[in-house]
Design a protein around this ligand. Structure first.
Ligand code: AMP
Ligand code: MG
Length: 473
């Protein structure tokens, strides 16, 4: 069969200044590592038994109907404004409208240099490609809004990174769109009001068709991002590089670089080796997302008829965001301890547990999961600290309809632990993809107790902990 992707491209119809048209650069020997059949079905792809899948998703063959392009954007990286970034190693093939009516981008990442590559080679290596594949699909299975992984292909070429030569790879990513805060920032910084208005109109039509003005767009994005970051925190997820170019208007998680899930609970946890001051650490995410929304607000101001008044209005909207995050956080953490209708005093109960978890070096995922098994005390170095908390918790649960079911549907049994992700990457580099496939399969049903995956669920032993992650660049 011949692969058919029912492209329906809209970004490619925007003015020239939004992107550069170019094809992916072919790779030496594309070999398929993984293809996400269920996602392909959802997107309406047919003929997926085509032997050319590796060639297409490795960038060697451009499928019919594609309009390949590299998108332009800017962004604050670690707080510093970079007036021009753009897809330096990614190519948007085009969009499809899926069976659910949702328009989605299909993008290759690691597909060769573009005019926006700056000093980079336009390539990605196998490690970050497999990390993004596994973690983005795990996030989807956990119910988190996220970009998805459609395919991973080995390029058959070595590329050079700090540590020396490493195998190259290409990821095919699917997203509701790749419009970022940084996409608005580039046109605002250039004072290109026409382009800003065009981007605004496009974004509204694509993501928020019922929003009536930039203030409402801002509000809707603030709401989605507040919910998203609270959800990340409820799962122990640390994005690691929340630059404004890695922050979507759709509210999906995007750009899985040095991301990781924390093991033992510590709000100061930072994995990314380049995040030396913990700007994007676990608990800091709730502050940084507000800062990012302030940058979006700034970029939207020129679209308002009375900029002075807009500054006041947008400031109020951004200042109200921490309360939105807190409310989402409380709702999610209340559910984690079996409470379906939170009361104000539950905050204290949750905070008390977290304090004890931190002091007791308790594993974040396994402690919450064990609450519904009655084995949570074993997760603490001092189990008495848990017993002490448990009395008040049991009293609070007395009137809850079904706390066990709520907790089991809220607290995953398995997350992609960093040491298992690293182990999977090391195996793949050595040519063994079995751990990748096993991890991916185990993470597809994260709320099930599967005895076959006990080793993947177990917290790392002290000598297994992998405390640092590295950017994919
Ligand atoms: P990231 O940190 O992955 O979000 O990337 C930040 C910026 O650097 C984006 O504009 C990327 O396209 C660009 N970039 C990252 N890695 C490479 C690479 N290997 N070659 C060219 N550009 C890159
Ligand atoms: Mg990025």
């Amino acid at each position: 069969m011949t692969l058919h992707i029912p492209f329906d491209n809209s970004y490619a119809a925007l003015p020239d200044g939004f992107f550069t048209r170019l094809d992916p650069t072919p790779v030496a020997q594309p070999a398929l590592i993984a293809f996400n059949q269920s996602l392909a079905d959802q997107l309406g792809l047919t003929g997926t038994d085509d032997p050319r899948l590796a060639a297409i998703f490795g960038g060697n063959a451009v499928p019919d109907g594609a309009a390949p392009l590299a998108q332009l954007y800017a962004g604050h990286q670690f707080g510093q404004f970079n007036p021009q970034l753009g897809d330096g190693r990614a190519i948007l093939l085009g969009e499809t409208v899926g069976r659910d009516g949702m328009r989605r981008d299909i993008q290759l990442k690691g597909s060769g240099p573009t005019p926006y590559s700056r000093m980079g080679d336009g390539r990605a290596w196998l490690g970050p490609v497999l990390r993004e594949y596994v973690v983005s699909e795990a996030m989807h299975a956990l119910g988190v809004p996220t970009t998805r992984a459609l395919a991973a292909v080995r390029s058959g070429e070595d590329i050079i990174r700090d540590t020396g030569p490493v195998p190259g790879a290409v990821l095919t990513r699917v997203a509701q769109s790749h419009i970022r805060v940084g996409t608005f920032q580039i046109f605002a910084a250039r004072r290109d009001l026409g382009a800003l208005q065009t981007l605004y109109d496009y974004t509204l039509a694509r993501h928020y068709p019922d929003a009536k003005d930039p203030a409402e767009l801002l509000q809707r994005v603030i709401e989605r991002q507040a919910a998203l970051v609270a959800q990340w925190m409820s799962l122990g997820f640390i994005h690691g590089v929340m630059n404004t170019d890695n922050c979507t208007l759709s509210g999906e998680t995007i750009d899985y670089g040095p991301c990781a899930f924390m093991d033992a609970y510590d709000p100061e946890t930072v994995f990314s080796s380049i995040d030396r001051f913990g700007r994007y650490g676990y608990a800091a995410q709730a502050d940084i997302i507000v800062w990012n929304m302030a940058q979006l607000a700034t970029a939207l101001i020129p679209l308002m008829p009375e900029p002075e008044a807009a500054v006041e209005q947008f400031t109020a909207q951004v200042h109200a965001m921490p309360d939105l995050i807190r409310a989402e956080w409380e709702r999610r953490f209340a559910a984690k301890i079996g409470i379906s209708t939170p009361r104000p005093e539950d905050k204290t109960l949750i905070a008390d547990l977290l304090t004890r978890m931190q002091a007791g070096r308790a594993d974040f995922t396994n402690t919450f999961r064990a609450l519904s098994d009655g084995t949570a005390r074993d997760e603490f170095t001092d189990p008495a600290a848990f017993d002490d908390w448990q009395t008040g918790w049991q009293d609070r649960l007395a009137n809850e309809p079904d706390p066990q079911a709520l907790m089991r549907a809220t607290n995953p049994a398995i997350i992609p632990r960093n040491h298992r992700v690293e182990e999977m990457i090391a195996a793949a580099v050595a040519g063994d993809d079995a751990p990748f496939h096993r991890l991916n399969a185990a993470l597809a049903t994260p709320f099930d107790d599967n005895p076959d995956t006990a080793d993947l669920r177990r917290a790392p032993l002290p000598d297994e902990v992998v405390p640092a992650t590295f950017c994919g660049t």
